[in-house]
Design a protein around this ligand. Structure first.
Ligand code: PAF
Length: 281
C-alpha cells in the first residue's frame, strides 16, 4: 500500500490502473479511522480491483465555532487499518494541496442540504460537496463508499452526482455500532466516562423509534415525542433536532410513508453526536 499527499501522484497511479483495465473504488474519509470506515474499505476492496482511501480533514466543511483544530488525527493508525483492510493507496494531502489561497469555487446541493444538520451547520454540506467533487475529479473512481450514519450527507452526495451527471456509483453502507449500541464516530473520542454512558440515549431512542415503526406506528408526532422524552430524561443530553423526513429529499413528513429517515443530532456535554435509522414503509 502506498501513501501520498500529491494530487499528481494519485492521478499517475490511477492512470496506470486504468491502462491495465482495472476498476477503482474510493472511500472518502477525514481519518481517525474506526470499524465504520473499515467496513467501507472492506466492501470497496471486495467490489473494485483497486481502492483509494482519502484521509483529509476538510477545513471548509467546519463552521467558525466548530472542532476543526481539535478534530482527532492519527495517520499511523489509519495506515495500519487501511493496509489490513486491503486498500491500495491513501491520499493524505495538506490543505494547501487541495485549496489554493484564492480558492473560490463551491458546489452546493440546495434543498436537501437545508434541513436537519444544515440548520445548525449552514455551510457544512457546501464544504462536503465541494471536497467530494474535488476528490471525484482527482481519483475518477467507478464507485464511492459512504456510511449511512451521515444519512443526510449521503442524500446530498447522491443528489449532487445525479444533478451534475457524475459517472460514479454511490454506495451507502450500514451504521456500525459499539457493542452497547453507540454509533461509531471519530467524535466519540471527545466523550469522558460519564458522557460516554450518557451518549447511549441516542441509540436507545433510535432503537425505540425503529421498534415503534416496526409495530406499525406511522405518526411522526407520536414516534418523535417518545424518542424526545427518552433523550430528555438524560441530564447531559441537549437535543439539536429529532426529525422524520423523506430519506431522499430530506423534507419533513408527518406520516411514515415510503423511504423514511428518522434522524437526530444531540449534544452530550459539548460533543455533538448524530444517529439515525432508515425504514421502508
Ligand atoms: O464523512 C466524512 O468523513 C466527510 O464528510 C467526507 C465525506 C470525507 C468529506 O470530507
Amino acid at each position: 500500500m502506498e501513501i501520498t499527499g500529491s494530487i499528481e501522484e494519485v492521478r499517475k497511479r490511477v492512470l496506470e490502473w486504468r491502462q491495465q483495465g482495472l476498476s477503482v473504488g474510493l472511500v472518502p474519509t477525514m481519518g481517525y479511522l474506526h470499524e465504520g470506515h473499515e467496513s467501507l474499505i472492506v466492501k470497496a476492496v471486495a467490489e473494485n480491483d483497486r481502492v483509494v482511501v482519502s484521509d483529509f480533514v476538510n477545513p471548509i466543511q467546519f463552521g467558525a465555532n466548530e472542532d476543526l483544530s481539535t478534530y482527532p488525527r492519527d495517520i499511523e493508525k489509519d495506515k495500519a487499518l487501511c493496509e489490513n483492510a486491503g486498500a491500495d493507496l491513501i491520499f493524505h494531502p495538506e490543505s494547501c494541496e487541495m485549496y489554493a489561497p484564492d480558492f473560490s469555487t463551491y458546489v452546493e446541493s440546495q434543498g436537501v442540504s437545508a434541513g436537519l444538520c444544515g440548520k445548525s451547520r449552514p455551510t457544512h454540506f457546501r464544504g462536503v460537496c465541494t471536497v467530494v467533487c474535488k476528490l471525484f475529479n482527482i481519483v475518477t473512481p467507478d464507485r464511492a463508499y459512504f456510511g449511512q450514519k451521515d444519512a443526510q450527507q449521503l442524500a446530498v452526495i447522491r443528489r449532487m452526482v445525479r444533478d451534475l451527471n457524475m459517472h460514479i456509483e454511490i454506495i451507502g453502507c450500514p451504521i456500525i455500532r459499539e457493542e452497547d449500541g453507540l454509533a461509531k464516530s471519530s467524535r466519540n473520542t471527545y466523550l469522558d466516562e460519564e458522557e460516554r454512558k450518557a451518549a447511549l440515549v441516542l441509540s436507545k431512542a433510535i432503537f425505540h423509534g425503529e421498534s415503534r415503526m416496526k409495530q406499525g406506528e406511522k405518526d411522526a408526532g407520536v414516534i418523535l415525542r417518545e424518542m424526545t422524552e427518552l433523550i430528555e430524561a438524560e441530564p447531559l443530553a441537549k437535543i439539536d433536532y429529532v426529525e422524520m423526513v423523506d430519506a431522499d429529499s430530506i423534507e419533513t413528513i408527518e406520516k411514515a410513508e415510503g423511504r423514511v429517515l428518522v434522524a437526530m443530532a444531540v449534544y452530550i456535554g459539548t460533543t455533538r453526536l448524530i444517529d439515525n435509522f432508515i425504514m421502508e414503509v
